[in-house]
Design a protein. Structure first.
Lengths: 254, 949
């Protein structure tokens, strides 16, 4: 059986590309780091892959809003490539800046609509913040990345992570992850580090195959990345690894 | 010409505006009720009506959260003020490039130019004067920005440039003109004489660019002439201070794992036999004093390029930042004219480092902040970076005659002209007016793209040598690369940000994000293709020769022809005088305070000791996924880690430890012991987190006052001697360093010097990161041991500073004792029995035990009568707050007691207490009485409060 192939999409200012690729490789996939320019110039083809991952970073400096320029490049230069990729039953993961880009390109919360329905903007604190957050997985979400997972402890590192949407969009949105406290309760800042509406930290589409989240699972792949490992609390893999393992497992069936 | 304004929808929180509102309230102008920030875009081009709408709707404004309008003025109600601000001409605004690119993505090609700005809509009853104060102190930094008074009508002011070669009269001129010339270019009398005689031999006058080149190459910043000078002391003479102390020790130690020391842009050591790591720390003080944001950002950008420019290019993997500021609570009425408030400096520097470092995707995992009033007008900003590369790329490359000079990265503008001569001189009250062109705003994404492209090009071996364009711009970079060969450069080939630059401006511009490569002809096409794929410019600007000459051309005209031998070896050695004698301090110390708990709280809440979490969290310390020991540790991730550990390779267990030592107050008493203490601290921290002294490399960063003062230079000599002695004693070589001298400011006719400050940074290789130990108390019932002896050493301590006392003995270093203890502790830790370890530094035992308890959210009870003491430590406060070097606080499980005590053997150590469930820190004094009994929550609050902004 051939290995699952993952395209990790790079753009000027991407910076979590290596660790995202590594996480997928740990889960058994083979990965290619592909520059957005190579897709625009049609030198590479999305359809050679089962999973597209858009990693974190500050694409184009996050000028004009985080992920905005990459989002427009995806919309206007790649046209229907990404929606068709999703339509064909494959997987898309957006982490942090990748999530921001998916939202602003109108791929989340639903790739079929083709225009922006929600946004991700400046943290209420007005500050970039790097901290570990507790997350609760919504059991009712169709997200296949989080299958079998109830709780996660992952780092966030962003200045623009606050999810915003009109009430009617919010009510129909497939929420996957919520910011919670140690006990699993919703608890405000700093547990919700950015002021996201409804404490939303991650969202997927109706199919559960397109998933975007602000926290960084690729920074939680080995046990000694977890903050409390020196207390003897964690061994082996980090908690975020399971998201990648789920995705690769699912994509094997494609 | 169109003006588009974009604003958050009314119902959303404007976090940027709220931050500014708080800043204004800090100023004591409490009448501002709110600020909203409106982004302004001026678009120049003949856009179709539909196109403008498309640009606004799909690009400039986010439809979910923002509103936009074109052209019309804002409707301002009563008590609402609008201030429009934009960058000064010539200041690079990275957003402009992004917009041009993104507009093209929309299929619109008629946009010619863009400019951005901000409109601050301020609500509140303000008179003209308060509005002016707010504008000046919070909204605008005139160094780079101005208030827009009139409508902007064009962005396309493109001045032309006609070559006009300028010669400077040198051979037939009078004494007065020579003096003025020396002053203008920053030459000493000896230097100008050497230059005159060179040109007399050439039988011609120099061109301006030839003198500029000599000025840059011979500046303190570029060639460290003080350190290389001849220094006369009372009974001896030093020929080249650096060579005869720090470098000499490294040569004597002669460690095989030191691959490249004191010769490249960074020092390089062997990591694991296949990979090499390099480390460099730079200072960026003067620019940060007048434009903290841009100054600090370009400091990061610069040191990262040092790493890229080491060997055949290393990949940056960790940043470290150390700042020295005046206390942020300084009353505004004590602020001298022309000086930025320390709070603004701190906020700006922090933001600059974070915005630039975060965008580069390099974790900022280590650092420190020191406070001292003497840093008021001259803050210190140390930016450090660690890189990794295949071991076969560790050494500086060699190019051949005929290879191409290739400039890559960003374009050249008037940024940073004369930055080097600015950095080498003193700051004056007028610095903020005069030096606008010396300060730059960086574009981190250009640098990030360049990093990505260069590492790929390195792996394909497409260039034979690389160096960064830093201080002195092309002049230094190309001039140094070709020092042993020769080079021909065509200045008109250099890609410019805007037209109108003269040939000499192109040559000395310090525009950011540029590197110079030597590329064999046959590799250039492949290199160009690779760089194009990464969207980075690469341009051939000349070729290396074997002429031993620096030849510069502009449109075919020779504008500079200097002999490389004269340029690099013709500078007369600086002759200096130095002496040092101790500044006598009164021996008397304070009475013992009645409440030591209260005193502990004061020290925990002092600027130097208090938690720096607010700063640390705004750095991305997790990016690259390499973190093993984070800067914040413990139960709630808020304890202060002694050092950072990363695991740079995914397939290797080996780690890197990065730590630093700094304490300028000890230098007030004796710079020798300041330097020795900084080294001991930087090593202690390595050991405290589970490392050993086996493979530790050190960096020095000297920030000194005016070294033309013999006493000040004498202090420098003493500090260097300590570096030599400690380096030899501990077996830890220095591999690189940097000095920033003349950190003096003229205020109201008086010269104010920074305290002599030495930062020592350490980089250690750890065989297996599984041996990592963090500083938080882990388990109730664990035993608390104090290792190392406590002496009556409180001179320069945080305790005495809190009391306003300058007295007592400075902490000394006892290398035989300390080194043995460190080795013993390393072995004990390797056996896995140590559950927590924290080194004792500012605030001594009292602060260390409190920090460990806070981090673990558990209590502790300790007894001072158990502490191993030196002579005359006869009071509880002295035991608790002495800052003797070479001490650690560790915990072990009760069951490991025998094993641990056996492992410690003959070392000075004692069981002094236990970790408890009580949630209180209880300290029993020498007489057995309870002298401190405070809740951990109280300690935590006091410790976290000051810098929680």
């Amino acid at each position: 059986m051939s290995r699952v192939r993952v395209l990790v999409l790079r753009a000027p200012g991407s910076n979590c590309d290596y660790e995202t690729a590594f996480a997928f490789e740990q889960a058994g996939a083979s990965t290619s780091l592909v520059h957005i320019g190579e897709l625009v110039r049609r030198e590479r083809n999305l359809n050679d892959f089962q999973i597209v991952a858009i990693p974190g970073g500050f694409t184009y400096g996050d000028d004009l809003g985080a992920g905005k320029i990459l989002a427009n490049e995806i919309r206007f230069r790649l046209g229907q490539d990404v929606p068709r990729f999703v339509e064909s039953g494959r997987l898309v993961l957006g982490i942090c800046n990748g999530f921001q880009a998916l939202v602003k390109a109108g791929i989340l919360p639903s790739p079929r609509v083709g225009q922006q329905r929600m946004s991700v903007t400046y943290n209420d604190s007005g500050r970039f913040e790097c901290r570990w957050v507790h997350l609760r997985v919504n059991r009712d979400s169709p997200c296949l990345f989080t299958e079998g997972i109830e709780r996660l402890y992952l780092p966030v590192a962003h200045g623009e992570g606050k999810v915003v949407a009109a009430p009617e969009v919010l009510s129909g949105m497939r929420k996957v992850l919520y910011y919670v406290d140690e006990l699993g309760n919703r608890a405000g800042y700093p547990y919700n580090p950015n002021g996201s509406v409804d404490d939303v930290a991650g969202v997927c589409d109706d199919s559960g195959r397109v998933f975007g989240l602000m926290p960084h699972p690729e920074r939680s792949v080995r046990g000694s990345q977890q903050p409390h490992w020196t207390q003897g609390a964690t061994e082996g893999f980090g908690e975020g690894f399971r998201l990648f393992a789920n995705a690769v497992k699912w994509a094997r069936g494609l | 010409m169109y003006r588009v304004e974009v604003c958050l929808k009314k119902h959303l929180t404007d976090a940027r505006g709220e931050g500014l509102t708080r800043d204004i309230q800090d100023l004591g102008i409490g009448k501002v009720s709110s600020i909203r920030v409106v982004d302004i875009y001026w678009l120049d081009g003949d856009l179709e009506p539909g196109d403008l709408d498309l640009v606004c709707r799909e690009l400039l404004a986010d439809p979910i959260i923002q509103d936009y309008w074109c052209g019309e003025a804002l409707e301002l109600g009563r008590g609402v003020h609008a201030v429009r601000v934009t960058y000064n001409a010539g200041v690079t605004d990275p957003v402009e490039q992004s917009i041009v690119k993104a507009v093209a993505d929309l299929g619109i090609i008629s946009l010619r130019a863009v400019k951005t700005g901000k409109c601050y809509v301020i609500e509140g009853a303000l008179d003209a004067q308060s509005l002016e104060t707010i504008t000046r102190r919070v909204l605008v930094n005139p160094t780079v920005e101005h208030v827009v008074e009139d409508e902007i009508t064009t962005l396309l002011d493109k001045p032309g440039y006609q070559l006009e070669l300028r010669h400077v009269e040198l051979l037939e001129t009078d004494e007065g003109s020579l003096c003025r010339l020396a002053q203008e270019f920053g030459f000493s009398g000896d230097e100008l004489t050497a230059i005159t005689s060179y040109f007399r031999g050439e039988n011609r006058n120099p061109t301006d660019v030839e003198l500029e080149t000599l000025a840059q190459t011979w500046s303190e910043h570029c060639c460290h002439k003080t350190f290389k000078g001849r220094i006369k002391l009372a009974h001896s003479e030093i020929d080249n201070l650096l060579e005869s102390t720090i470098v000499k020790a490294t040569r004597e130690l002669d460690r095989a794992w030191c691959l490249s020391v004191f010769e490249d842009n960074a020092g390089v050591i062997d990591f694991d036999g296949s990979w090499a790591v390099c480390f460099k720390v730079e200072t960026h003080n003067h620019p940060s004093a007048i434009e903290p944001y841009g100054g600090a950002a370009t400091g990061i950008g610069g040191v990262v390029r040092d790493i890229l420019g080491t060997g055949l290019a290393a990949k940056p993997i960790l940043n470290t930042d150390v700042f020295c500021f005046a206390p942020p609570d300084l009353p505004y009425d004590r602020l001298p004219p022309g000086v930025l408030h320390p709070r603004s400096v701190l906020k700006g520097v922090r933001a600059g480092v974070a915005d630039y470092g975060n965008r580069l995707g390099i974790p900022t995992a280590n650092g420190s902040i020191r406070f001292d009033e003497r840093y008021l007008a001259n803050p210190l900003v140390f930016c450090g970076s660690v890189g990794i590369m295949p071991k076969q790329c560790a050494l500086r490359g060699h190019h051949k005659s005929g290879e191409l000079v290739v400039l890559v990265g960003g374009r050249t503008g008037r940024d940073g002209i004369h930055g080097v001569t600015f950095a080498s001189g003193k700051l004056t009250q007028r610095s903020t007016e005069l030096s606008y062109s010396a300060v730059q705003i960086g574009d981190p994404i250009v640098e990030k793209k360049m990093i990505d492209a260069l590492i790929r090009a390195r792996d394909e071996r497409l260039f034979s040598r690389i160096t960064d364009c830093g201080g002195g711009g092309l002049s230094s970079a190309v001039g140094e690369m070709a020092a042993d060969t020769g080079v021909r450069v065509h200045l008109d080939k250099v890609p410019l940000k805007y037209s109108g630059l003269s040939y000499d401006e192109i040559w000395i511009s310090e525009a950011q994000e540029r590197m110079v490569l030597a590329v064999p002809q046959e590799c250039f096409d492949r290199l160009l293709k690779l760089f194009a794929c990464e969207d980075v410019e690469a341009t051939v600007i000349g070729e290396f020769t074997d002429s031993q000459a620096l030849e510069l051309f502009y449109q075919g005209t020779l504008v500079c022809n200097l002999d490389m031998r004269f340029l690099h070896r013709g500078r007369p050695q600086l002759q200096l005088e130095a002496f040092w004698e101790p500044v006598v301090r009164p021996g008397e110390i304070n009475e013992m305070p009645s409440d030591l708990g209260e005193m502990l709280l004061s020290i925990l809440g002092s600027w130097n000791v208090c938690s720096k979490e607010w700063v640390i969290r705004q750095y991305d310390y997790e990016v690259q996924g390499t973190s093993v020991l984070k800067p914040l540790v413990g139960k709630e991730n808020d304890g202060p880690s002694d050092a950072a550990i990363i695991k740079p390779l995914q397939d290797s267990k080996a780690g890197l430890i990065v730590a630093n030592g700094i304490n300028q107050r000890y230098g007030d008493i004796d710079p020798y012991w300041m330097a020795a203490s900084a080294i001991d601290e930087a090593l202690r921290q390595v050991v405290a987190v589970g490392g050993s002294l086996e493979r530790v490399a050190l960096l020095d960063n000297f920030c000194w006052g005016d070294v033309s003062e013999p006493q000040s230079l004498g202090a420098l000599v003493r500090a260097c001697e300590a570096c030599r002695d400690m380096s030899l004693a501990y077996g830890t070589p220095f591999i690189s360093g940097k000095d920033s001298l003349n950190n003096e400011v003229q205020i109201g006719g008086k010269s104010v010097s920074v305290p002599h400050t030495l930062l020592v940074s350490s980089l250690a290789v750890m065989e297996d990161v599984a041996g990592t130990v963090s500083m938080d108390f882990k388990r109730v019932g664990d035993l608390v041991y104090l290792l190392g002896r406590t002496y009556r050493e409180l001179g320069g301590s945080e305790y005495f500073a809190t009391l306003g006392l300058m007295a007592g003995c400075v902490p000394v270093v006892r290398p035989p004792e300390s080194k043995k203890l460190m080795a013993t502790l390393s072995r004990a830790m390797a056996s896995g029995i140590v559950t927590a370890c924290h080194d004792l530094s500012e605030g001594g035992l009292g602060v260390a035990v409190a920090e460990m308890a806070i981090a673990g959210r558990v209590g502790a009870t300790i007894r001072l009568d158990r502490v191993p003491l030196g002579e005359g430590v006869d009071r509880d406060d002295l035991v608790l707050f002495s800052e003797s070097n070479g001490r650690f606080l560790v915990t072990i499980a009760l069951a490991s007691r025998d094993k641990f005590e056996r492992a410690m053997g003959e070392a000075s150590f004692a069981l002094i207490g236990r970790v408890t469930t009580l949630g209180r820190l209880i300290i029993h004094g020498l007489q057995g009485k309870k002298v401190v009994d405070r809740s951990i929550e109280e300690l935590r609050t006091v410790w976290q409060e000051p810098l929680r902004w």
